[in-house]
Design a protein around this ligand. Structure first.
Ligand SMILES: N[C@@H](CCC(=O)N[C@@H](CS)C(=O)NCC(=O)O)C(=O)O
Length: 221
């Protein structure tokens, strides 16, 4: 049985969304945020204290985009994954990593210096600069999505989950009004997917059942 350690709407939402798209059974273990401070025993599972932490038999993984790639290749080759012999294999890998390295990274700086640090350590200049950085990095997506419904291979894949999570995080940072038109349409379509909605419902129900806050840490002010 797969186990996913998760905080509400954290990057561990990527593998949760994948699991729901795939219909693969899993156990969802909810943690308060940040686990490093509020769930110390979790450090035995992931010494960094970050989520996701993913277990599949003897396999242990802690990188959300890599877990998406693993799940797609293992449970949905040629559907949620793009095969090596398909023309969009390269773009598939590129967007999988683009979602985390290029689109989520700047948002973590915004979060930290706008919301997580105590008021005296907040840095409005960092927030402004990395907001501009993030919005500028959307250009690649906008070009692609103005002619395509999905990022690659003309179908929904793990790359859409990776990038879709970055757009979810942007919604918590109130940046969606600044999305260009093709990204706004794409984001709206992703949220209507049954797999996305099931993942949202699953984290809410598990948070209630396991006694952790049902709200995203990103909403903290
Ligand atoms: N690159 C990793 C980043 C994991 C990560 O930093 N997760 C955040 C949640 S979005 C976390 O657990 N933060 C808690 C902390 O830094 O203590 C991934 O994509 O999974």
């Amino acid at each position: 049985m797969i186990t996913l350690h998760h905080c509400v709407s954290a990057r561990s939402f990527r593998p949760l969304w994948m699991l729901e798209e795939l219909g693969v059974p899993y156990e969802l273990k909810m943690l308060p945020f940040p686990p490093r401070a509020k769930a110390r025993p979790f450090l035995e599972i992931n010494p960094l204290g970050t989520v996701p932490a993913f277990e599949d038999g003897g396999v242990r993984m802690t990188e959300s985009a890599a877990i998406c790639e693993y799940l797609a290749a293992r449970f949905s080759p040629g559907n949620l994954s793009v095969n090596v012999d398909e023309p969009d294999y390269g773009p598939y890998l590129n967007f999988l990593y683009f979602g985390e390295a290029t689109l989520t990274f700047p948002q973590t700086l915004i979060l930290r210096y706008a919301r997580f640090e105590p008021p005296e350590r907040r840095q409005p200049q960092v927030v402004e600069d990395y907001t501009k950085w993030f919005l500028a990095r959307l250009r690649t997506l906008e070009r692609r999505l103005s002619t395509e419904d999905y990022l690659c291979a003309r179908r929904f894949t793990a790359a859409d989950v990776s990038v879709g999570y970055a757009l979810l995080l942007a919604s918590h940072l109130a940046l969606t009004d600044r999305f260009p038109p093709a990204i706004a349409r794409y984001w709206s379509n992703l949220q209507q997917r049954a797999g996305y909605r099931r993942a949202m419902d699953a984290q809410h129900a598990a948070a209630l059942a396991q006694g952790v806050p049902t709200t995203a840490a990103a909403d903290t002010r």
